[in-house]
Design a protein around this ligand. Structure first.
Ligand SMILES: [Zn+2]
Length: 72
């Protein structure tokens, strides 16, 4: 069995994962059905809590502290 000669560094792992995410983000967003949030109007996954405002079925279920952008 082939054995890796050297352990990959954490930085190399991050490069690989970011490249994978960049290439597959469009496929992932097309795969899952997105619906508009009834509260804020942004796209979210269906039957999930809205990541930008924290609403689900017209009720506030999460308090969103950070204002980071979520790509859906
Ligand atoms: Zn929302």
């Amino acid at each position: 069995m082939a054995v890796p000669r050297k352990k990959n560094s954490i930085h190399k792992k991050h490069i690989r994962h970011s490249a994978w995410l960049r290439n597959n983000l469009v496929k992932l967003t097309e795969k899952y059905q997105r619906v508009k949030c009834s509260n804020c109007g942004k796209y979210k996954l269906s039957h999930r809590v809205c990541p930008s405002c924290g609403y689900y079925a017209g009720k506030q279920v999460l308090t969103i502290k950070s204002k980071t952008r979520v790509a859906l």
